[in-house]
Design a protein around this ligand. Sequence first.
Ligand SMILES: Cc1cc2nc3c(=O)[nH]c(=O)nc-3n(C[C@H](O)[C@H](O)[C@H](O)COP(=O)(O)OP(=O)(O)OC[C@H]3O[C@@H](n4cnc5c(N)ncnc54)[C@H](O)[C@@H]3O)c2cc1C
Length: 463
Amino acid sequence: MAESPVAVFDRLVRQDASGSTPVLFDTACVLGGSVAGLLAARILADHATEVLVIERDEADVTGRARAGVPHDRQAHVVMPGGLALMERWLPGITEEMRENGGVLVTPDGMDLFVDGVEQVRTGEGRMLLSSRPFLESALRRRVLGLPNVSAVTAQVTGLVYRGDAVSAVRYVEADSEDILPVDFTVDAMGRSSSLSDWLDEAGYSRPYQQRTETGIHYATAVFGGTATDTDRRLTSLQYPRFAGPGGLAAGMVVPIEDDLRMVGLLVYGGNRPPGSIEEFRALCDRLPAPFGRAAAGVVVRDVLRFRQATSIRRDFGGLTRFPARVVSVGDAAVSLNARYAQGVSSAALHAACLADYLAHDPDPALPAERFFASQKVATDAVWDPSTSADAVRTDILRGVAADEESEQQRSAMEQLAQAALTDRTTADACQAVRFVLAHPDTLADPALIERAVAVNQRASTPS
Ligand SMILES: Cc1cc2nc3c(=O)[nH]c(=O)nc-3n(C[C@H](O)[C@H](O)[C@H](O)COP(=O)(O)OP(=O)(O)OC[C@H]3O[C@@H](n4cnc5c(N)ncnc54)[C@H](O)[C@@H]3O)c2cc1C
């Protein structure tokens, strides 16, 4: 009997690090040395004599922002699911990041407001809060510190194929082109990955690509000044259906390394987030106290805006003609609405899919179908909740009615979201999905939905 998505997801997140690690390849190559590429390199290190990471930006372990990743000036929250996977493959990294100044919070250190109402504190696990260069440099130090992993600064320009398998990687280093023979290749070139074009040019099937509108605009600024324990809490505001003050869809105060606070304000559609520090502070003053307090601090980095118009996913499974010995991970496979802070955890899940695939005696002459099947489960688990939440908002804005099935699902989700504000059991279940610890199908449990309906009915019955 086929494994259910819930069972596949559980297997991926709870996978044992000491699983089977046969050495399958002489040389494995990772294209792109950011979060997803580094995690993939960590997995490949168990299965290849040598792993080479090709990254166009200068390798840097000091935590500077870099050109290839424009979103790296934004704070990054690593959800408990993603952090637990990183810890499994790089034991001690969580404590190392904490010692170096990264902030770890449990749900007790987090205040979540939904449509202005504070949600009951709940959930398991720890989150890491830091700047993006901080996270990436910690991963880079650990992964490039492995004896069989190295990196080269170069631009990947294409692939070479032999007998329906990827057999070499073309790259340009210091103005001269080179060809590296490889036994296995991982595309981790991010949202704008050229892999689909390269496959197409070589006569292979393009992965099926789906885009959904997010229309989010981000503005963030970083503040310093003396931090108290209260300032080291994560505060998150969510306005799932209707805009909050200043058209806000979400907002967060994220304590990060060096005792700094990064404040993020997100708006949708025709709204624009504040562009000057004065406007930014004025909006923060209309929000719960931690926003005004953080924004009153010393400006360490001025307001920076970022626009993300769409979420994109590329599905590689079951294509008519696809080469062996190549897979795609991280944003190259799915780039999510940043509002939900699940991109890094999604990349970690893809690394789990790779570990699972390589441990199960893969046939090197065939496309990596086992990998693509589990990657689809991992991707659905983060894609479906975020894109359906985005669709609800877009439909409301456009006055579009949902079909009957979508309406039933939306109604069940609303019951759960409402009950989660006060009921610990419902909140635990919802938070486990948001934290990338459980598959969203776990929320379709009729007993859970009945419980949520009963909680909401009791709350609306006058006593
Ligand atoms: C504003 C914003 C905020 C976010 N906040 C969060 C958050 O709080 N939590 C979270 O989990 N996620 C967050 N994300 C998502 C997260 O940043 C991504 O999911 C994550 O960075 C994925 O990393 P990646 O390695 O797949 O891709 P990228 O980080 O985009 O890296 C791709 C790498 O490939 C390299 N590359 C590309 N082409 C080539 C080539 N031809 N040759 C060589 N190298 C190449 C690039 O230089 C780059 O280093 C956010 C995203 C945005 C936009």
